[in-house]
Ligand binder design. Structure first.
Ligand SMILES: Nc1ncnc2c1ncn2[C@@H]1O[C@H](COP(=O)(O)OP(=O)(O)O)[C@@H](O)[C@H]1O
Ligand SMILES: [Mg+2]
Length: 146
């Protein structure tokens, strides 16, 4: 791989008349730790929601490991090696700390229908409900925001 690990060009995301992210360019190289900073409402979370495909950006491109993931499905993103955490952490009260951590392993488990049906897979199912904020009024959302 010769290019950056993550390369974003001209990313734009609006909610009705509100332009939350306006032509953002961002590049992250392998091994680099990059922070995205800005005041409340600057659009940081919206950028992450576009990368993880919770939101469908109106324009711009997102490339990861030289693959164009701009229009990838949200469930495909983790298979490419991208994971995220949310600002509002919710734990399942009935589960232990370890069990809560194992929920994060769910995406890489290979349980299969029978193992999952019999609940033999290693990671426990999360029994709590996740709070989802209201969908944007005009833009198409694919999930929750942080
Ligand atoms: N789902 C949404 N629907 C409508 N407006 C939104 C939505 N998500 C974010 N916004 C608006 O986009 C702007 C950027 O928000 P956000 O990305 O959450 O900022 P930050 O994470 O930098 O605090 C804010 O004005 C926010 O109100
Ligand atoms: Mg935020």
């Amino acid at each position: 791989m010769s290019g950056p690990l993550l390369e974003i060009n001209g990313l734009t995301m609006s909610f009705g008349g509100l332009v939350a992210v306006d032509g953002v360019d961002l590049s992250v190289n392998t091994g680099e730790i990059v922070g995205l900073i800005g005041p409340n409402g600057a659009g940081k979370t919206t950028v992450f929601n576009c990368i993880s495909r919770f939101y469908e950006p109106q324009s711009g491109t997102i490339r990861f490991k030289e693959r164009d993931i701009t229009h990838a499905r949200s469930h495909e993103i983790i298979r490419f090696g991208i994971a995220r955490t949310f600002q509002n952490v919710e734990l399942c009260r009935s589960m232990t700390t370890l069990e809560n951590l194992l929920v994060g392993e769910h995406a890489v488990m290979r349980g299969g229908a029978i193992r999952d049906g019999l609940r033999l897979s290693r990671a426990p199912r999360c029994c709590c409900s996740t709070s989802r904020p209201p969908a944007p009024t005009t833009a198409r959302a694919r999930g929750s925001r942080t």
